[in-house]
Design a protein around this ligand. Structure first.
Ligand code: SF4
Length: 497
């Protein structure tokens, strides 16, 4: 088994331009689709420019061949697999179990992502999991790595280290201020948790790629960042332009143009895009597409290498599809009124904040008395039940509370993520929203857009990104009183109030 890691070496070498390609397993264990993926891997290995092949994990929310199957075959071929580690289908035990499995398999690179909401399959829609979010998962990997959690016993240790390199995803293509600011703020948290490389969402507005590089430089972030260059077929481009893929924005103009183009024109555009993104300052490219053979990809890479100097300008004109009305981090280039900004719609937040400070602050005598009352009620079954019932009614009416037992209302502008966000995310949004609408319920505003409008008006992106990460919920507390849990130190505050 090889011990060198060309993908990590390339990522860690600032002079090299890293290339990865995304493989999407289908809904079966074998057949022509799998044969095509493996043939692609063999050809990529011979060519030598692609250092890792990423393998999706139930892409689009559909069940598919697990990435470990294709990953193991890629490894045998002699290429590095980059396994997508999607959290929609895994609870924390399954996450750890998969980490051990991947360690045994000597997989070294994971792309940690929330994943698209499950789509209907056997007897309807699968129950989405999202037990840990991306930040919490990256933090878990780091904790296991450093031995601060789950120190392996002598007879459990694998003969190679638990040493995953976790990547994360960011979208620089969000339409509105609230969504974009959240994306960057969450990126800061993922990096703080231990993410070691970044892959962008796919997009075709090159100025947004520039914004990302500028943002990373401004924040002195030096971890490698790969731009996602996706070459859709004309039919898939149409589907994406209609909003068919969560979080993906493909301008209608581009989809229309593509209907009259042949494959060579599409490949040449991608080649130009790679050259421009390299010039912008990306450390590499994460390439993908529908129905591409390795010959197509080789053509794209060959052409991209030839585009330099004066050719870059025309390549840029051919590949740049600005999105009308999109908000920009660095200039208001659209003239479109952007509604959400922190503090735009505070709702009842100030009142709830006042109540919270009165009842749940160590320095407040009312809070101390309430704490004594809660601790008293916790001593007896009947009083505990009565207080829990009271909390259920009051918070159910006010916040749509689901009685998770570990309340994060004060950290989420007094909106409840358990009832407001279908993925129940507590540390920032997923990447699936579209023009402020939720990925899962497009008729609803994304929970985090609502939260953004209620933030203190002085909140900056940087402040949002430096907020402490909320830990995973302890589901043993479900249906118990969060008031009691708070004063007994059983919730995420651990008694530090
Ligand atoms: S509410 Fe926002 S964060 Fe939650 S699933 Fe919908 S788009 Fe994602």
């Amino acid at each position: 088994m090889k011990t060198t890691d060309p993908f990590a070496e390339s990522l860690n070498n600032p002079k090299s331009f890293t290339l990865t390609y995304e493989l999407v397993p289908g809904q079966g264990a074998g057949g022509k689709k799998v044969d095509r993926l493996l043939e692609f891997a063999r050809r990529a290995r011979e060519d030598g420019r692609i250092t890792a092949l990423s393998v999706t994990d139930n892409a689009g929310g559909h069940p598919a061949l697990a990435p470990i199957a294709i990953g193991a075959e890629i490894q045998k071929i002699g290429l590095e697999p980059l396994i997508h580690f999607s959290l929609k289908d895994k609870n924390r035990n399954q996450i750890e179990s998969h980490l051990f499995l991947y360690q045994r398999q000597k997989f070294r690179h994971l792309l940690v992502l929330g994943g698209d909401f499950p789509k209907p399959t056997y007897y309807g829609q699968a129950k989405p999991v999202y037990d840990l979010d991306t930040i919490q998962t990256i933090a878990l990997v780091e904790l296991i790595k450093t031995g601060h959690y789950r120190q392996m016993k002598e007879d459990e240790i694998c003969n190679h280290p638990f040493d995953f390199q976790c990547g994360c995803v960011v979208s620089p293509f969000k339409m509105t201020e609230a969504e974009q600011v959240w994306q960057y703020a969450k990126l800061l948290k993922k990096i703080r948790a231990g993410a070691q490389f970044i892959i962008t969402q796919l997009g075709y507005d090159l100025s947004k790629y520039e914004n990302l590089i500028r943002f990373l430089r401004q924040e002195h972030i030096t971890i490698p960042v790969l731009a996602n260059v996706f070459i859709p077929s004309p039919a898939v481009a149409k589907f994406m332009a209609r909003g068919g893929v969560p979080g993906v924005i493909l301008p209608k103009k581009m989809a229309e143009l593509m209907q009259n183009e042949d494959k060579k024109q599409r490949l040449l555009r991608a080649a130009g895009m790679i050259a421009v993104l390299r010039d912008i300052g990306f450390s590499g490219i994460h390439l993908g597409g529908n129905g591409l053979s390795f010959d197509d990809v080789r053509f794209v890479l060959d052409k991209a290498e030839q585009i330099q100097g004066a050719d870059l300008q025309s390549a840029r004109e051919n590949a740049h599809f600005p999105i009308r009305g999109i908000w920009s981090l660095y200039k208001n280039n659209t003239g479109r009124q952007q509604k959400p900004h922190p503090g735009a719609k505070p709702g009842c937040r100030p009142l709830h904040h006042l109540m919270h400070r009165l009842l749940f602050s160590r320095t407040n005598p009312v809070s101390r008395a309430f704490g004594r009352f809660c601790r008293f009620c916790d001593q007896y079954h009947t009083t505990r039940l009565m207080l829990t019932g009271c909390e259920k009614i009051i918070k159910g009416l006010l916040f749509g509370c689901r009685m998770c037992g570990d309340c994060t209302l004060s950290e989420n502008t007094y909106l409840c993520p358990q009832s407001g966000c279908p993925k129940k995310l507590v540390n920032g949004p997923c990447g699936g929203s579209r023009n402020m609408a939720c990925e899962v319920f497009p008729d609803h505003l994304c929970f985090y857009v609502q939260e953004y409008c209620r933030l203190d008006p002085k909140t900056t992106l940087h402040k949002l990104g430096s907020e402490p990460t909320l830990p995973p919920k302890d589901w043993a507390l479900e249906q118990s009183s969060s008031w009691i849990n708070y004063f007994q130190g059983r919730d995420h505050t651990g008694g530090n109030f």
